[in-house]
Design a protein around this ligand. Sequence first.
Ligand code: ADP
Ligand code: MG
Ligand code: ZN
Length: 470
Amino acid sequence: MKYDTVIGLEVHCELKTQTKCFCGCKNNFGDEPNSNCCPVCLGFPGALPVLNKKAVEYAVIAGLAFNCSINNESVFERKNYFYPDLSKAYQISQLEKPLCVNGYVEINVDGKPKKIRLNRIHLEEDAGKLIHDGIGGTVVDYNRGGVPLIEIVTEPDISSAEEAVAFLEALKNTIAYTGISDVKMEEGSLRCDVNLSVKPSDSVVLGTRTEMKNLNSFKAVYRAINYEQKRQIEEIEDGHKIVQETLRWDDNIGESKSMRSKEDSQDYRYFPDPDLLPVYISNEQIESLKNSIPKLPSELKQIYLGYGLSDYDASLLVESKAISDYFNEVLSYVNEPKIVANFIINEVLRKLKECNENKMKAQELSELVTLVAKKEISATAGKQVFEKMWETGKSANVLVEELGLKQVNNDDELLSYVVAAIQNNPQSVADYKSGKLSAIGFLVGQVMKASKGKANPQKVNEMLKAELEK
Ligand code: ADP
Ligand code: MG
Ligand code: ZN
């Protein structure tokens, strides 16, 4: 039997606000444990939360970036459960009336675009962090407790590990462009749960899902999905039923293990938090937040396509804000999008893989681009100069002189090479004259050789033709 995999993701993303969601404690990763805590975020009796306006704005920005509708009124609720990392014994979250609903994220897998619908994006607070000491003890750091989080919930529209990773990459990249989060999976500011079920391909009814937690890299998400879809199909083929449960993915052994049977939302006894008023956001406020969002990768890509770049090149340039900012900056000095894109994609990105620090200032690169654009040096020489610029920090103009790479555009000098090539290669000349026009290629090659690669090939071509037609 053929099966389809059905996946919905729940992504948690910590917002990069100065302070926590409901108190004035610092929101700082890596500080001394339990140094950023107060009666509010520790849940002392009687302490009252005050909503952080910035957190709401960031959540709305996320909603707008992912094409959601923003609810003018939203409500905070208490999600009640006990766990040592949650000192209040409830988490402030949103259930019935979240800030954002009904968006989508566009992905592209194997050249096929697909829209993954979002069910909602809501604002909530993070829990503290348990640290297991490895010899049987556990300590807790409440610094993270109360840090603002958005939870992004997709519809079950994802059908493979590849699509899930493409979704997460698109999501992460767009959030990075908005600047509302660091989206660092390794620091836990981006975390993902995978809900997965399988069903016979000819059935329209969704299967029973499991939820996998603890996925802290894209690779783990990929592996966990492939593992879990195979496990579920095997269970079904063996005549067993899938149990709805929460699994913990262990990336070291590459297996998922049962954590607990899956709870339903009624288990949490959600109710509106009596300490917090509903949040009202006017359409004007939403509009002004919308205008504050920098250009997102999807928009930038369209602009780059308009410059005549290929889809592939445009996509590469918008994979990181640092790179597209850099591209735009170089263009502000020299309006040669294709040449600039080639240098960035082939040279800068390659270098960045080795050393992570962009040593080439936008203006410096623009000088090199100008030389290539004006055909003062060839494209090949351009690469050579780039390499030396990166190494030595010298300017393009200085290096072109030093390396003697200036293209020969001087007509007299070129003409002497052209005449020599014609004299020395009577066979090619005869071929050309008898109609074998491609023979000119050999002659161009001879001139290039004589000029030690410095002749402008286009010009040589023209001059040869003119001489041969005489
Ligand atoms: P909960 O709040 O209990 O986790 P939700 O209904 O909010 O449940 O769904 C959580 C996620 O599970 C969503 O991303 C949703 O798309 C996904 N999901 C729901 N049903 C299925 C299913 N049968 N198979 C796979 N994913 C599912
Ligand atoms: Mg869930
Ligand atoms: Zn606090």
